[in-house]
Every structure is written in C-alpha cells, then in structure tokens.
Write a protein that binds this ligand. Structure first.
Ligand code: NAP
Length: 267
C-alpha cells in the first residue's frame, strides 16, 4: 500500500505503539490522521506533534467498547473529513495473572476491549470501505497470538482470536478490494508491560521499531507482519517442535519455581 496522501485512523493513539505508529505515518507522508483513544488530553499532545510534521489531524476521544458512540463518530468523521483509507486497530489491554487466580471482571474487560472494541470500529469502517471498494485494515495482534504463554491465558486468547478474525475478514473483504492484515509485535517497551512480570530472555523492542516494521509490511502488503527476529524464531520453533517450545516457555515464564515444577508434570 502506498500511504502518501492517505487518511489513516489509528486506535490506541494516545500512547505506546499506537502513538509511535501515528508519528511514523505522519513522517512518511500521510495527509490526515484520525487519532482514537479515551484520554483526550494525551490525544491532544500527540495531535500537536503530528501537526508539527505538517499533517492534518482530528482527535476522536472514544471508548471503543461503546458501539453507538463509535458508529456515530465514524459516520460524522467520514462525512466531514472524507473516506478513511487505512484503519490501524491498535487499542488493547493486557492483564497478567496465573489462570487459577484470574478474576472475571478483568477477563471480561480484556475480552471486551481487545475483541469487541476492535469489532465495533472495524464494522463501522469496513462497510464504508467496502462500499467505496477501497481500503486497508491492520489489526494489532501479538506474538502471543501465535505462541501462548503461562500467566497470559486470556490475553493470548484475544490475540489468537484477532488472527482468526483477520484471516476471515481478509478472505471476505478481498471481493470488495479491502485488504486486511495483522501486525504481531513481540515485547515492546510501553505502559502496558511496565507492571508485568517479564518473561526471561526476551529483549524488548522500541515502539519506533514496531512502527517502522509496520510501514515496511504495508509496502510489501504482507498478510501477517511479525516484528523482530525473536518473533520469527519463536514462530518457527513453535511450528517445528511445539512440545520443546512449551518447555522453553515454562523456563522463561514468571511463574514461581514451585508452580513450574507442578506444571512440568503435564508437558
Ligand atoms: N507492549 C507490548 O509488549 C505489546 C506486544 C504485543 C502486542 N501489543 C499490542 O499492541 C497494542 C498497543 O499496546 P501498547 O503496548 O502500546 O499499550 P499501551 O501503551 O497500554 O496503549 C494502549 C492504548 O489503547 C488505548 N485503549 C485502551 N482501552 C481503550 C478503549 N476502551 N477505547 C479506546 N482506546 C483504548 C489506550 O488509550 P486510552 O487509555 O487513552 O484509552 C492506549 O492508547 C495492543 O493491542 C497490545 O495488545 C503490545
């Protein structure tokens, strides 16, 4: 995809990977950015940086889990600012907890934001893209959408689901000339991971690196864009020797030694 002169909507643009993607797209010559997240103040700060790069910007302070508000906002922005050429679905949350200690409200929040939030905005945008027979959608999954890990069961479930959602939409919307792809970052240094107990031996990437890999993937029109050599290695390893990968994940995981021993009996 050639992003020059295009209108792009980025969700999760108030910080982290979404913010870096918005700034990278601005540097690469998009014409207009629509920035979505809940925190209006942070969005305004990102918008100021985008404007300084000479790109038109619109802030949409939205909770993506509210379908009526999302539909109204997309209808209004499409009417007032013209068609969206690229949608980057980056908003998401991650909770880390051993499964047996997980609490329903947190699980529900993770599923609602990561899956229903993505559904709500994708539905509102994709049907308009399909009508005009033009558009690209990028859904941000994760390496954990390919290789699930202890303590991240429900997060991994949402990220696996995003890959399924993406594959199905890619097949369905191809007939309407709408491309659908997935971005799979590995551990990236953002607010999201600041409170997590990290997995051993995983080297975090910067948000700028993730944004640059996305731009390269968009140019190549790759259906699944893996970020970094660690992800390529993990996916390959998981395909060739999944049982060995599970042992490795256990050693790398932040579970206590005692729990690891008990778990090891089953793998
Ligand atoms: N960081 C990593 O290691 C990593 C690795 C793989 C994949 N990812 C994925 O990359 C994406 C971005 O993660 P990140 O690390 O940049 O996280 P982050 O720094 O915590 O940012 C999350 C973004 O999502 C927005 N958001 C959350 N809930 C929302 C809601 N209900 N409505 C609208 N916006 C909402 C937040 O904005 P507000 O709070 O202002 O609403 C924020 O802009 C996520 O999908 C994540 O799963 C991250």
């Amino acid at each position: 995809m050639d992003i020059q002169g295009k209108t792009v909507l980025v969700t999760g643009a108030s910080r982290g990977i979404g913010c870096a993607i918005a700034l990278e797209l601005a540097q690469q010559g998009v014409e207009r950015l629509l920035l979505v997240a809940r925190d209006r103040q942070r969005l305004a700060e990102v918008a100021a940086q985008v404007e300084a790069l000479g790109v038109k910007v619109t802030v949409l302070a939205l909770d993506l889990t509210q379908p009526v508000l999302v539909n109204m906002a997309i209808a209004r922005v499409w009417r007032d600012r013209g068609p969206i050429h690229l949608l980057v679905n980056c908003a998401g949350v991650a909770n880390q907890t051993p499964f047996l200690q997980s609490k329903l409200p947190k699980v529900h929040q993770e599923m609602t934001i990561n899956l229903m939030g993505m559904y709500n905005i994708t539905h509102a945008v994709a049907r308009r893209m399909a009508k005009q027979r033009q558009g690209t959608i990028v859904n941000v999954s994760s390496l954990m959408g390919k290789v699930a890990a202890p303590t991240m069961a429900t997060y991994s479930a949402t990220k696996f689901a995003i890959l399924g959602f993406t594959q199905a939409l890619r097949c369905e919307l191809a007939a309407n000339n709408v491309q659908v792809m997935a971005l799979l970052p590995s551990l990236t240094d953002t607010d999201m991971v600041r409170d997590l107990k990290l997995f051993r031996w995983v080297i975090p990437m910067s948000t700028q690196q993730v944004a640059q890999v996305l731009i390269a993937g968009l140019r190549k029109e790759s259906p699944e864009i893996l970020v970094g050599w660690q992800s390529h290695l993990a996916v390959l390893f998981n395909r060739i020797a999944p049982w060995l990968m599970e042992k490795f994940l256990l050693l790398a995981s932040p579970l206590s030694k005692d729990r690891q021993k008990r778990y090891q009996k089953y793998v």
